[in-house]
Design a protein around this ligand. Sequence first.
Ligand SMILES: *[C@@H]1O[C@H](CO)[C@@H](O)[C@H](O)[C@H]1NC(C)=O
Ligand SMILES: *[C@@H]1O[C@H](CO)[C@@H](O)[C@H](O)[C@H]1NC(C)=O
Ligand SMILES: *[C@@H]1O[C@H](CO)[C@@H](O)[C@H](O)[C@H]1NC(C)=O
Ligand SMILES: *[C@@H]1O[C@H](CO)[C@@H](O)[C@H](O)[C@H]1NC(C)=O
Ligand SMILES: *[C@@H]1O[C@H](CO)[C@@H](O)[C@H](O)[C@H]1NC(C)=O
Ligand SMILES: *[C@@H]1O[C@H](CO)[C@@H](O)[C@H](O)[C@H]1NC(C)=O
Ligand SMILES: *[C@@H]1O[C@H](CO)[C@@H](O)[C@H](O)[C@H]1NC(C)=O
Ligand SMILES: *[C@@H]1O[C@H](CO)[C@@H](O)[C@H](O)[C@H]1NC(C)=O
Ligand SMILES: *[C@@H]1O[C@H](CO)[C@@H](O)[C@H](O)[C@H]1NC(C)=O
Ligand SMILES: *[C@@H]1O[C@H](CO)[C@@H](O)[C@H](O)[C@H]1NC(C)=O
Length: 593
Amino acid sequence: MSLTTGLLLCLAVCVRTALGHGGNSSFANPILPGFHPDPSCIFVPEWDDTFFCASSSFNAFPGIPIHASKDLQNWKLTGHVLNRREQLPRLAETNRSTSGIWAPTLRFNNNTFWLVTTLVDDDRPQADFSRWDNIIFKGKDPYNQASWSNAIHFSFTGYDTEPFWDVDGKAYITGAHAWQVGPYIQQAEANLDTGELGEWQIIWNGTGGMAPEGPHIYHKDGWYYILAAEGGTGLDHMVTMARSKNLTGPYVSNPSNPVLTNANTTNLFQTVGHADLFQDKSGSWWGVALSTRSGPNYINYPMGRETVMTAVSWPKGEWPTFSPINGESNGWAMPHAAKDIRGIGPFITEGDDVAFTANTTLPAHFTHWRYPHPSSFTISPPEKPNTLRLTPSFLNLTALNGNYAGPQHGPDGQTFVGRRQQDTLFTFSVDLSFAPIALDEEAGVTAFLTQNHHLDLGIVLLPASASTATFPGTNATAEGADAPAALIPQVRFRGASYVPVPAPVIAPLPRAWRAGPLTLEIKAANGTHYSFSVGPAGRRSEMRTVLVASNDAVSWGFTGTILGVYATTNGGKGSAPGYFSKWRYTPQGQFRN
Ligand SMILES: *[C@@H]1O[C@H](CO)[C@@H](O)[C@H](O)[C@H]1NC(C)=O
Ligand SMILES: *[C@@H]1O[C@H](CO)[C@@H](O)[C@H](O)[C@H]1NC(C)=O
Ligand SMILES: *[C@@H]1O[C@H](CO)[C@@H](O)[C@H](O)[C@H]1NC(C)=O
Ligand SMILES: *[C@@H]1O[C@H](CO)[C@@H](O)[C@H](O)[C@H]1NC(C)=O
Ligand SMILES: *[C@@H]1O[C@H](CO)[C@@H](O)[C@H](O)[C@H]1NC(C)=O
Ligand SMILES: *[C@@H]1O[C@H](CO)[C@@H](O)[C@H](O)[C@H]1NC(C)=O
Ligand SMILES: *[C@@H]1O[C@H](CO)[C@@H](O)[C@H](O)[C@H]1NC(C)=O
Ligand SMILES: *[C@@H]1O[C@H](CO)[C@@H](O)[C@H](O)[C@H]1NC(C)=O
Ligand SMILES: *[C@@H]1O[C@H](CO)[C@@H](O)[C@H](O)[C@H]1NC(C)=O
Ligand SMILES: *[C@@H]1O[C@H](CO)[C@@H](O)[C@H](O)[C@H]1NC(C)=O
């Protein structure tokens, strides 16, 4: 080490120490566990030195969650960009589970928060790209979700769009061109207030990996950098970069591409890609990306694509270097721990203990699938205070053929509400009072990934002859037989997935429990399986596990598992509500390596 570099190093270290940061920090990934893919993060000095991150929400509503932190460690949900149906009515009609909101980019410019994204109708292989709706939301106050505008639409045959402002103040949109036509990355000058665009230009084709997408532009030291994702969002996912002296190109690829990937490693954290970069107050660079905790086997990853973070070293005029993604990480000194964040949601590591008391609302992190019918969700109704009353929907969680298939099949969408699975190990339980009287009426709990992937434990009114099993631990002789045609409440486990799921289990509810209430529970005691249990409310020792099922059924695609409750008539004529109470989600462990 020369004297000069030694001095420079000391300067860097000494400045940091002087700022009170001390040495490097260690931190844990994921920073936003559970279904929080395609992260886009910014640091906003104008808002009290706060970091804000947006993530993709697909068909979930409210959509596009924003999490905030002052220390990069304690992240709190401040609200959702997409929080009112009028902002984007067509989310109600998307078919396919992979449709909905893809890859938002969050930026702050001219005292305004900008969120550019795409409402996708992912009807592959015959996708009609003319229906892919590229949109801009703008908002003035990240703590007041009502401040987000309705969608401003612009025309682009592609997705993963983002705003960028050049030094002359002109605004641009960069996006990934649809794969059937491209693939390449395009850019056009844009009026972000109106959605009017200049002409689209191809600015980079990536390095040859599948689907160059998720482009972000940064201007630094006289260079324009494009950061992109390539390889698809599976095991080959990677982050690549190119740069040019001119915003419009030509862009030259980084000879060290990919700059970040966990492909071909044995790391628990796989599919690392779709990154974004930001700088903290002391000038240190950080990268965020999505990753699945699947290991290279890529079989059990029910939490889907989560947000991870890493330190980035980006010397003047040079390419940035990303530290690899790991569960236990080390990087630049972080801002001092601080939890004074406003916002309507919990910190990301918190569990739930929700009593549905009068005059409360559903917690901000609770999620529906597409727009809910508000009257199907009533907190503390007069006939049963301190419960959440669910009015059943015509559609069940599978809906018709796994597609939502439009409002003609029932105006009330799906009666479902849940919260993300955010911990490898957890227990989720609720109490249920339910008095079904019509055939096929059902209420229960679910580990729900998409309408094509879910594992449900419900109470359903079925003929006694429909039973496939006796209830675990009961004595059928002592119970006495129900007449085969009698409609009785049965416990039903039912799953849907693209991989084989256990056959349905239908077992008569023990007579002594039929008057309810019951406790229903989903528990992950390890990283590969869930147990589904039921028992009389308040008598834990009598709980019985109906089935243990692999979580591979809900390890697929773009979203992550949501644990929740539902009520449905399964297309029948019923109307009996389910009353849910004592909602508990208890985090019990996080696998990080
Ligand atoms: C910044 O915002 C103000 C009002 O919100 C607007 O009048 C002005 O034109 C904007 N400036 C630019 C450069 O867009
Ligand atoms: C990208 O590929 C297209 C054809 O797919 C080609 O026309 C274009 O010149 C390429 N652009 C760059 C910047 O390499
Ligand atoms: C940058 O691109 C513009 C538009 O294509 C062109 O007019 C200009 O000459 C380019 N500048 C440089 C430095 O390449
Ligand atoms: C992973 O390994 C395969 C086979 O050697 C190779 O083709 C691929 O480029 C590698 N992927 C990355 C991102 O390094
Ligand atoms: C501190 O973290 C940065 C970013 O990861 C790294 O480049 C540097 O080597 C680390 N320093 C020490 C002393 O570990
Ligand atoms: C709920 O709000 C109503 C109207 O403001 C009020 O009359 C009632 O007492 C409140 N109930 C509870 C339990 O706080
Ligand atoms: C209910 O679920 C079943 C099985 O998943 C499905 O075949 C059926 O179409 C669904 N019915 C309704 C009305 O959603
Ligand atoms: C969804 O699919 C149904 C049935 O195929 C179709 O009638 C409907 O138009 C589709 N909706 C959209 C928005 O594509
Ligand atoms: C089941 O109940 C019947 C009737 O009460 C009794 O005769 C029988 O021994 C019980 N069987 C078991 C395995 O407990
Ligand atoms: C998780 O638990 C289930 C049920 O007890 C068991 O079958 C499975 O092998 C366990 N998985 C691991 C990785 O231990």
